[in-house]
Write a protein that binds this ligand. Structure first.
Ligand code: HEM
Length: 125
């Protein structure tokens, strides 16, 4: 066996196809959504604890940093939902499993998520 085989494990130098980027984003957005569940439940618990708790939760959510975090959560959720629906459509055979359809559906999922993210920003600010 050749000792010096062409091996390239440096992901930064590999030109990733859009479907690979969509897949990585789906995993990242899933992890962010998972962490977000904890943050949102904590906030919900505080807001339901008492009148003071509700005012405290409202006060927290008026800050720019808190709104930015919430915007990030909504963006991750929007992408995870779009990517998830793409996966479900592929799994049920509604989308062909070839390179052209995979690339096109990945672009559509990313584009819809970007639009939803902008809408979330408009809603928050
Ligand atoms: C609280 C809400 C959710 C959380 C925390 C969550 C989290 C995750 C995580 C961590 C993964 C694993 C990603 C990976 O290993 O690559 C995943 C996969 C997946 N999620 Fe979600 N998810 C949520 C909601 C949803 C929703 C609403 C959909 C509906 C469209 C969805 C569809 C999927 C699909 C289809 C996969 C599998 C993707 C694959 O096969 O690579 N998820 N989710």
């Amino acid at each position: 066996m050749k000792k010096q085989r062409p091996v390239n494990l440096d992901l930064r130098t590999i030109n990733q196809p859009v479907s690979a980027i969509a897949s990585i984003l789906h995993r990242i957005s899933g992890v962010i959504t998972f962490i977000a569940v904890g943050i949102l439940l904590w906030l919900l618990g505080m807001s339901l604890s008492s009148q003071e708790g509700f005012l405290q939760a409202s006060e927290i959510m008026t800050g720019f940093f808190a709104k930015f975090i919430l915007w990030g959560i909504l963006t991750a959720l929007a992408y995870h939902l779009c990517g998830g629906i793409r996966h479900v459509l592929m799994d049920f055979g509604f989308l062909e499993e070839n390179l052209a359809t995979g690339s096109a559906s990945a672009k559509v999922a990313i584009a819809i998520a970007v639009i939803l993210s902008i809408l979330a920003g408009v809603l928050l600010w």
